[in-house]
Every structure is written in structure tokens, then in C-alpha cells.
Design a protein around this ligand. Structure first.
Ligand code: HEM
Length: 230
């Protein structure tokens, strides 16, 4: 019981919160990489390729629901702690004192990047609500894969990205995701203690490259799908 309350105190402390955003952030980056690799199959000329992939996920049944609930929990926890850290910094700034760790990274550019995290994060949260309603619970028609009924998610994505406004919306959000990931990956590695001063430059570079690759990977999808249909 005592060790449980010690754990709660540790996790809700300032350092604990930084760790939790770091760990949940790393889990989300792993999901995002997997999601991008799966989504790249949308570019295959055979629609069955993507639909068969989606069906193989849906065939997990109850386990998929459990994973989805865990994923939703990780997203909400990440967002909740991120907002709490922001509020704390805001309060500290109002009272004119520095929160330790606020200036980590050292320069004004860094604190600007970290301050924009709350805004890019909120846009991402709104995006996710729209995105999941649109594709996970969207009006996908039925198709048949290996003589079994399946969802025609490929057709739903194609139809969505035949609309230029959806393409613009997705491209805009993907640019913000790039910014969020760039700073988030750097910050997570720092919080989780991977940041030895002599690695600082390399980790900055790695965060930039991963953020860029993921943002570009995601934003070319709607563009290519749109262009192929005009
Ligand atoms: C062009 C970009 C994207 C496309 C085409 C796309 C496509 C899809 C599709 C088709 C689904 C439904 C999957 C299914 O029912 O099996 C889905 C679900 C989802 N997507 Fe995306 N996605 C994109 C970007 C993103 C990004 C950037 C994120 C996160 C930041 C994201 C997070 C999610 C989540 C959390 C789900 C629900 C997963 C689940 O319930 O299994 N997506 N996406």
C-alpha cells in the first residue's frame, strides 16, 4: 500500500510527469511508425492489399479492442500530462519564477518549440477525434477477402481523399505533426535520460529526421491519392 502511494507520488511529481510524457510519447511514436507502414499499402494498385491488411487486424477481434482501449488510454494520458505541464509553466511564468528544466536545451528557440507543443498537441487531439470517426467508425462498404466479409477501407480512404478540402486538412495537420514529433522525440529522449551532453547534437538531428520522415510519409499519402484520381 505504502509502495503504491510512493509510486503515485513519484509519477505525479514534476520529474515523474516528464517521464510519463516521455514513455507515452515513445509508445505513440512506435504506433505512428507502424500505422504509416501499414498505410503505405494504400498506394498499391490492388485495393485488396490494404483491405486484407486491415482485415488481418480486425480478425484479432477482442484483442484488437483491448489494444485500441490501451492506445486511447496512452493518448489521453499523454495529452493530460502535457496539458498539466503547460498549465504549471503558465502559472510559474505569471508569478515570474522559473520552473526547473524549463530552459533545458538552453536557447530561446528551444523554449519557443516547446511552447508550441501545447497548440500542435491540441490540434492533434482534435484531428484524432475527426480521423477515428472518419475511418475507424466511418461508413466503409463491405467487400470480400478470401471468401470472407471485410470492410472496404481502401475505397473509403480513396473517396475521402478525392475531396481537395480533406487533402488540405490532412496535409496541414501532418505538417504540425512533424513539428510536434521533432520537439517531442528530442524532449522524450532527454526526459528518459538518453541525452548525454555529447550526444545532444546527434539526438537533435535524429529527432529532426524522424519527425520529417513521418510527416512527409503521412502527407504524401493524401496528395498521391488525390492526384491519381483527378
Ligand atoms: C494520411 C494519413 C492517414 C491515413 C490515410 C490513415 C488511415 C487510417 C485508417 C484507414 C484507419 C482505420 C483502421 C482500421 O479500422 O483498421 C485509421 C485509424 C487510426 N489512425 Fe490513421 N491514418 C492517417 C494518419 C494518422 C495519424 C498521423 C495518426 C496519429 C497521429 C493516426 C492515428 C490513427 C488512430 C489512433 C487510429 C485508430 C486505430 C484503431 O482503432 O485501430 N492516423 N487511420
Amino acid at each position: 500500500m505504502e509502495s503504491q502511494s510512493k509510486l503515485i507520488v513519484a509519477l505525479t511529481s514534476q520529474v515523474g510527469r516528464k517521464y510519463l510524457t516521455g514513455i507515452t510519447g515513445v509508445l505513440l511514436v512506435i504506433f505512428i511508425i507502424g500505422h504509416l507502414l501499414g498505410n503505405l499499402q494504400l498506394l498499391d494498385s490492388d485495393p485488396e492489399r490494404f483491405n486484407a491488411y486491415a482485415k488481418s487486424l480486425h480478425d484479432f477481434g477482442l484483442l484488437l479492442y483491448i489494444i485500441e482501449i490501451a492506445l486511447a488510454g496512452v493518448i489521453l494520458l499523454h495529452a493530460f500530462i502535457g496539458i498539466a505541464i503547460f498549465m504549471r509553466k503558465l502559472k510559474a511564468r505569471k508569478h515570474g519564477y522559473k520552473v526547473s528544466g524549463q530552459k533545458q536545451g538552453g536557447n530561446g528557440k528551444q523554449s519557443l518549440a516547446s511552447r508550441s507543443m501545447i497548440y500542435t498537441g491540441i490540434v492533434l487531439l482534435i484531428f484524432l477525434v475527426v480521423h477515428i470517426a472518419q475511418f475507424r467508425f466511418g461508413p466503409a462498404k463491405e467487400t470480400v477477402i478470401n471468401n470472407e466479409p471485410a470492410m472496404d477501407l481502401h475505397a473509403l480512404v480513396m473517396e475521402t481523399f478525392s475531396n481537395i478540402w480533406w487533402v488540405i486538412f490532412y496535409v496541414g495537420v501532418m505538417v504540425l505533426i512533424g513539428f510536434h514529433l521533432r520537439h517531442g522525440i528530442w524532449s522524450a529522449l532527454q526526459s528518459l535520460g538518453a541525452m548525454k551532453p555529447r550526444w545532444s547534437k546527434a539526438i537533435h538531428g535524429a529527432a529532426l529526421i524522424i519527425g520529417l520522415l513521418l510527416a512527409i510519409g503521412f502527407l504524401v499519402l493524401p496528395i498521391i491519392i488525390y492526384v491519381r484520381q483527378v
